[in-house]
Write a protein that binds this ligand. Structure first.
Ligand code: APR
Length: 174
């Protein structure tokens, strides 16, 4: 990967709610009314005002993204996206997951966001296989960053050592 891109992508093991970035991305569900996993963690950390704002958004289609304030989070804003539920791989899951990353970064650029943290969308409750999801995540972000110079830093936030190792092994290969 070109050096300029390498400097703009980071992979860490962390709690995304603690990231000091302009925006964090939430792996939400279509209702946008909270849930478990990273969605639950973000809502807990942001406070009830986040849910109040989410209530005004009218949900979110799979693969699309919507933006809110961050409230009590360290990040000013939250970009909520809805990943595909894994159903075996023949239900357009790959494209929908790629759209989550592209639409989230596009919304970030439109909102003058310069630094953003991304969880491993769909790889928890939604059961998307981690290696396949990571290839899609890294390729989508790389492609977007090569066409968009305004985003200074994209941080892939892994919640486990095993996910981190998958990200590291894949990013070195592409
Ligand atoms: N920080 C970073 N990553 C986290 C955190 C956290 N605090 N908590 C969980 N994760 C990781 C999980 O380990 C997984 O790798 O986020 C990734 C996505 O997993 P989920 O949160 O389960 O999200 P997803 O698989 O996209 O399923 C979405 O789960 O929580 C519900 O409301 C949500 O219905 C939606 C579904």
């Amino acid at each position: 990967m070109k050096n300029s891109l390498k400097n703009r992508i980071e992979i860490v093991i962390a709690d995304i709610t603690k990231q000091k970035v302009d925006a964090i991305v939430n792996a939400a569900n279509n209702s946008l009314l909270g849930g478990g996993g990273v969605d639950g963690a973000i809502h807990r950390a942001a406070g009830k005002e986040l849910l109040e704002e989410c209530r005004t958004l009218g949900g979110c289609k799979t693969g699309e993204a919507k933006i809110t304030k961050g409230y009590n989070l360290l990040s000013k804003q939250v970009i909520h996206t809805v990943g595909p539920i894994w159903r075996g791989g023949n239900n357009n899951e790959d494209n929908l997951l790629a759209n989550c990353y592209k639409n989230s970064l596009q919304l970030a650029v439109e909102n003058k966001i310069r630094t953003i943290a991304l969880p491993a969308i769909s790889t928890g409750v939604y059961s998307f296989p981690i290696e396949r999801a990571t290839k899609i995540a890294i390729n989508s972000v790389k492609e977007f960053l090569s066409n968009n110079l305004t985003l200074e830093k994209v941080i892939f936030v892994c919640f486990s050592e095993s996910d981190y190792l998958v990200y590291q092994s894949i990013i070195d290969k592409i």
